[in-house]
Design a binder for this molecule. Structure first.
Ligand code: NAP
Length: 484
C-alpha cells in the first residue's frame, strides 16, 4: 500500500463495536503505521451499544470504556454526522485513504411477508428498540400502549426477550436507566399486561442465551408462563445439534423450571409459546391490529441438518392489539459498494471485499461486523471478527511490500495477490479529507463534540440517579456538540 515510511491511512465507516474493534486492532500495530479516521452517520458513536443494548443492561454498555481508549488515541479521529454516500462517496475515500473498512452493521428489520404486517399496532422490533433507546431515527414512533392489553412478539432470539422485558418492566425498574424520556413516559402509562413470545421451532432450537432467559424470572412484577405440555410436546423430536449444545440444553432446563413454577400473581405475564408461526395479522373493527393468526408447526429434518418448522393444518388465533416482529436484523447496501443481496452483507472473503459477480478482491476495501457476516453473535464476537479482517489487511500490506522489494510476503501473498491488494490513494493528506468533510457537512461532529454531548447527558441524568438522559433529536445533539 505505501512505498515509504508515511502513515497508512484507514477510513472506518460506522462507529459501533465492529468499527471500534477494527480501529483498536489497527492502532495496536507495533510499528505504529496506521492512522484511523472513523466516519459515523449520527453525531453520537457506539452503534448498537448506545441504541440497541437494552437500558436495563448497563453493565453491557460499559464496554464503551474500551472504545473510549481507542477514540482518544492520537492517531484516531472521529467525524460524526457524516453520511457515507451523501456527504462523502466511496470514490472520495478511495482517493484519500489506503483502505476503507465498512462497519455499518445491519440496521434494517426483516419482514415476515404475511398479510396485515403493516397494520397500525404491528411494529418491527428494530424501531421499538431504537425508540426506547433514544435513536434519533425513531424518536417520533407512534406506539399505542394504552389500547392493547396483550402484545405478541414473534421470534425466539435475545431481541425478542429484550422487547418482551421492556414491555413489562415496572416503572421502578425503568426509572434508574437511560431509557429515552419519551419512552419512559409511554411505558409507565402502558396498559399492556401480557406479552406472548412466539417461536416457530421448539425450546431446544431457540436462539436465546441463558442469562437473558433466566433474567425473565427475576422481573419485579411479571410472571413467566410456560405450558408444560406444550413444552414437552415440542421436545419429542430428537435434535442431536441441540443435545450437543450447552446453551440449548440449559435453555430447556430453565424453561422446564418456569413450567413447573406456580405463578406468583404478579400484575403482568410473559408467556413463552413454541411451534407456532404467524400467517396473518388481522384487523379489528377500527382497522388496527386486533389479532394474530398462527399455524401450529411440527419439527422435521432440515435440508442442511438440524430441524426446521413445517406447518400443520392446525391454526390458532391470539387476540392482540400489538405485535413486534423480532426475527432478525438485515444489512442494507451502501452506495457503490458491492452487496450480496441473498446474505444482505457486503460481498467478502474473510473481510476482504469482493466483486459479487467475479469473486475478485477489491483493492483497499474491507468489512467487519454484521455487514460482513450477518446479524449474529454478541458484542464481543466482533472483536475476533475484526481481528480476522485486520489480519487480512496486514497480510495484503505485507504482500505488497514484498512485491515492491520489501520484506518477505505473507504466506498467502505473492506478487499477483499483492497487486490485487494494493491501493495507493492520490491524496492521503489528513488535512485534505477534513477540509472536504467540513465543506460538505458544516455540522461535522468531532470526538470532542461527542464528549460535550456525553458530559451534558450525564449531568442531566445525575440528579435523577440515572446514567444519562439521552438527547434524541439531531438538532439538540448538534447544538450541544457545537457548544464544546
Ligand atoms: P436471532 O438470535 O437470530 O433470532 C431470530 C429469531 O427469529 C430466531 O428464533 C428465528 O427462528 C426467528 N425467525 C427468523 N425468521 C422467522 C420467521 N420467518 N418466522 C418466525 N420466526 C423467525 O436474532 P436477534 O434476536 O435479532 O438477535 C441478533 C443478535 O444479537 C443475536 O446474536 C443475539 O444474541 C444478539 N443480541 C444479544 C443480546 C444480549 O446479549 N443481551 C441482546 C439482543 C441481541 P429460527 O431459529 O427458527 O430461524
Amino acid at each position: 500500500m505505501t512505498d515509504d515510511e508515511s502513515p497508512i491511512r484507514i477510513a472506518v465507516i460506522g462507529s459501533g463495536p465492529a468499527g471500534f474493534y477494527a480501529a483498536g486492532h489497527l492502532l495496536k500495530d507495533a510499528a505504529g503505521r496506521f492512522e484511523v479516521d472513523m466516519l459515523e452517520r449520527l453525531p453520537t458513536p457506539w452503534g448498537l451499544v448506545r441504541s440497541g443494548v437494552a437500558p436495563d443492561h448497563p453493565k453491557i454498555k460499559s464496554v464503551t470504556r474500551i472504545y473510549e481508549k481507542t477514540a482518544t488515541h492520537p492517531r484516531f479521529r472521529y467525524f460524526g454526522n457524516v453520511t457515507f454516500g451523501e456527504h462523502v462517496s466511496r470514490e472520495d475515500l478511495l482517493e484519500r485513504y489506503h483502505a476503507i473498512v465498512y462497519a455499518t452493521g445491519s440496521p434494517a428489520d426483516r419482514p415476515l411477508g404475511i398479510p396485515g404486517e403493516d397494520l397500525p399496532g404491528s411494529h418491527a422490533a428494530t424501531e421499538f428498540v431504537g425508540w426506547y433507546n433514544g435513536h434519533p431515527d425513531h424518536t417520533d414512533l407512534e406506539l399505542d400502549l394504552l389500547s392493547a392489553r396483550r402484545a405478541v412478539v414473534i421470534g425466539n432470539g435475545n431481541v425478542a426477550l429484550d422487547v418482551a422485558r421492556m414491555l413489562v418492566l415496572d416503572p421502578s425498574e425503568l426509572a434508574p436507566t437511560d431509557t429515552a424520556d419519551h419512552a419512559l413516559e409511554v411505558l409507565a402509562a402502558s396498559r399492556v399486561d401480557e406479552v406472548v413470545v412466539v417461536g416457530r421451532r421448539g425450546p431446544a432450537q431457540a436462539a436465546f442465551t441463558n442469562p437473558e432467559l433466566l433474567e425473565l424470572g427475576e422481573l419485579a412484577d411479571a410472571d413467566v408462563i410456560v405450558d408444560a405440555d406444550e413444552l414437552e410436546r415440542a421436545l419429542t423430536v430428537a435434535d442431536p445439534d441441540a443435545e450437543a449444545d450447552v446453551t440449548a440444553r440449559r435453555n430447556v432446563e430453565i424453561l422446564r423450571g418456569y413450567a413447573a413454577k406456580e405463578p406468583s400473581g404478579a400484575r403482568k405475564r410473559i408467556v413463552l409459546r413454541f411451534l407456532l408461526s404467524p400467517v396473518a395479522f388481522l384487523p379489528d373493527e377500527h382497522g388496527r391490529l386486533g389479532a394474530v393468526e398462527l399455524v401450529r408447526n411440527e419439527l422435521v429434518p432440515g435440508p442442511s441438518g438440524g430441524l426446521r418448522a413445517q406447518a400443520t393444518d392446525e391454526r390458532e388465533t391470539i387476540t392482540a392489539g400489538l405485535a413486534f416482529r423480532a426475527i432478525g436484523y438485515r444489512g442494507i447496501p451502501l452506495p457503490d459498494v458491492p452487496f450480496d443481496e441473498r446474505g444482505a452483507v457486503i460481498s467478502n472473503e474473510g473481510g476482504r471485499v469482493t466483486d459479487p459477480d467475479t469473486g475478485a478482491r477489491l483493492a483497499g476495501e474491507y468489512v467487519v461486523g454484521w455487514i460482513k457476516r450477518g446479524p449474529s453473535g454478541v458484542i464481543g464476537t466482533n472483536k475476533k471478527d475484526a481481528q480476522e479482517t485486520v489480519n487480512a489487511m496486514l497480510a495484503d500490506l505485507s504482500s505488497h511490500a514484498a512485491s515492491n522489494g520489501g520484506p518477505p510476503a505473507h504466506a498467502d501473498g505473492g506478487p499477483s495477490a499483492a497487486k490485487a491488494a494494493a491501493h495507493v490513494p492520490g491524496d492521503p493528506d489528513p488535512a485534505s479529507v477534513e477540509q472536504l468533510l467540513r465543506a460538505r457537512q458544516p455540522d461535522l461532529v468531532t470526538y470532542s463534540g461527542w464528549e460535550a454531548i456525553d458530559r451534558h447527558e450525564r449531568s442531566l441524568g445525575e440528579s435523577a440517579g440515572r446514567p444519562r438522559v439521552k438527547l434524541t433529536r439531531i438538532d439538540e445533539l448538534l447544538r450541544v456538540a457545537a457548544d464544546e
